[in-house]
Design a protein around this ligand. Sequence first.
Ligand code: SAM
Length: 248
Amino acid sequence: MDALFYDIFYEMERQGPGDKTSTLKALGMIPDLPGNTTLLDVGCGTGIQSIHLAEAIEGEIFAVDNYQPFIEKLNKRAEKLGLSGKLSGRQADMFNLPFQEMEFDVIWSEGAVYIMGLEKAMQEWAKFLKDEGCLVVSDFNFLAENPPEEVYNYFAQEVPDAGTVEKTIEFIRKSDFRLINRFTLPTKAWEDFYEEQEKILIRYRNYYQNNKEAIEIIDAMQYEIDLYREYSKSYGYTFYILQKKVVK
Ligand SMILES: C[S@@+](CC[C@H](N)C(=O)[O-])C[C@H]1O[C@@H](n2cnc3c(N)ncnc32)[C@H](O)[C@@H]1O
């Protein structure tokens, strides 16, 4: 039944909350982006943000995701848009990235770094960045010091390292990265994401009405949508623009 979950996300424009304006805003916060940038997009999904990035920068973009059908959709999209010369997707595991040390000017990851945890990703991925290269992520945060119990219980399971912005800033301070900038993803990006997902869920619920296992998955996804609608002030995504310190 995992297949059903992936089928729903495959149909969507993107696989996590985000928007083009925020992607380009974060890109614009990178100091001294070189003329011929090499950028790695981790957990790219079907790659809408990879496409926005490819359209915005000079250079080469590598996009990775561990789900091959997402990569195939991304590569087809890139080809259709005439971007396949600068944007290419391949299947890879974020826990074991198949790249050389100091290969990239930028590592990007929207709505996916929570899978590994930002602190661990900073430790594991730093070696793939050139000196003063940037790591740009949108990561889950509680936006309230004491989130409602229902929110806390749900995300303690879904996002094991979930914490506040303040907690994130604290571990960034002790890391090999400096915090260049940060901002909260607008709630509209979440609303649009869930609006699209809910339409698909209604269609799937009708199709799978006699399939108990499928309905359980659909119910679980609807629960997440309803949770956001009730508690949107309590959590969200924060974009962090981080720069690798040069070790002398
Ligand atoms: C919430 S989606 C975000 C996708 C995309 N960045 C976006 O914002 O639309 C998380 C993505 O991470 C991918 N993913 C999950 N585990 C992964 C892993 N171990 N390595 C690489 N990608 C992974 C999923 O397949 C999914 O496409």
